[in-house]
Design a protein around this ligand. Structure first.
Ligand SMILES: [Zn+2]
Length: 236
């Protein structure tokens, strides 16, 4: 590494977000190796159920990226990750199969967390997908009360924690014929998106609702969660 690169890295912290190595050409987020790996991962979108699309699976690389998006003050990563994923035919076709008139609805952050973070990563993702799909973004949901962080809870705990946590805003006039697509960063047990779908069902808007997340996190008990989530989401 040249002295200038060393100084530059120190001043600007321009290391690869994926592998944290410095002194490599960046695009501007990833080094060539990580970019190639991300392109490979984008070729295998995940479908935890027919109406759920996850753009990438959870790997050490994508975990670092979503961490940067959520906690690293890097909202620009949303557009980068979405654009790369939507270059893949299967992802693009799945979204087009959902309909021509999609309304992307980000899972809302609690206002306290929004103040702390300054942006809602799900909203950034929703705007990035919407731009590519010529859809619209509707901030149609709100949180009803503050809940403890999902990351510290078991699967059952998560479901209880978020059940009834969202509602469709009272002043939201849903545009006719728009299909709701709930957008979130990570799909693990489906508890959060299920709670959002419940909110839409209460307004009789849930019949065609879809879910799109950036990552699919497969836990050791994912096959159990998968069956349980499907029952919760689509047959209640
Ligand atoms: Zn890298």
């Amino acid at each position: 590494m040249s002295i200038w690169n060393g100084i530059s890295n120190f001043l600007f912290g321009n290391s690869c977000i994926g592998c944290l190595r410095s002194g490599l050409p960046l695009d501007p987020w990833l080094c060539p190796d990580c970019r190639k790996e991300l392109q490979r991962l984008a070729r295998n979108p995940r479908h935890p159920s027919p109406d759920v699309l996850c753009l990438y699976s959870m790997t050490p690389l994508t975990k670092n990226l979503v961490h940067g998006l959520k906690y690293g003050n890097m909202p620009g990563l949303a557009g980068y990750l979405v654009n790369m994923a939507l270059q893949e035919r299967e992802t693009d076709e799945t979204l087009h199969d959902w309909g021509k008139s999609l309304a992307f609805v980000p899972v809302p952050l609690h206002p306290a967390r929004m103040r702390e973070r300054g942006y809602n990563q799900a909203e950034r993702l929703a705007h990035a997908i919407s731009r590519r799909m010529h859809g619209i973004v509707l901030q149609a949901l709100e949180r009803k009360s503050f809940r403890v962080s999902q990351t510290t809870l078991s699967r059952e705990g998560r479901a209880c924690n978020v059940a009834g946590a969202f509602e469709v805003k009272k002043r939201c006039a849903w545009p006719e014929n728009r299909i709701p697509v709930i957008v979130d960063d990570v799909y693990t047990t489906g508890a959060t998106t299920t709670a959002c779908l419940y909110a839409f069902e209460k307004k009789n808007l849930g019949g065609f609702a879809k879910v799109c997340t950036l990552l699919y996190e497969e836990s050791a008990t994912a096959h159990v969660d998968f069956a349980a989530d499907n029952a919760m989401e689509w047959h209640v």
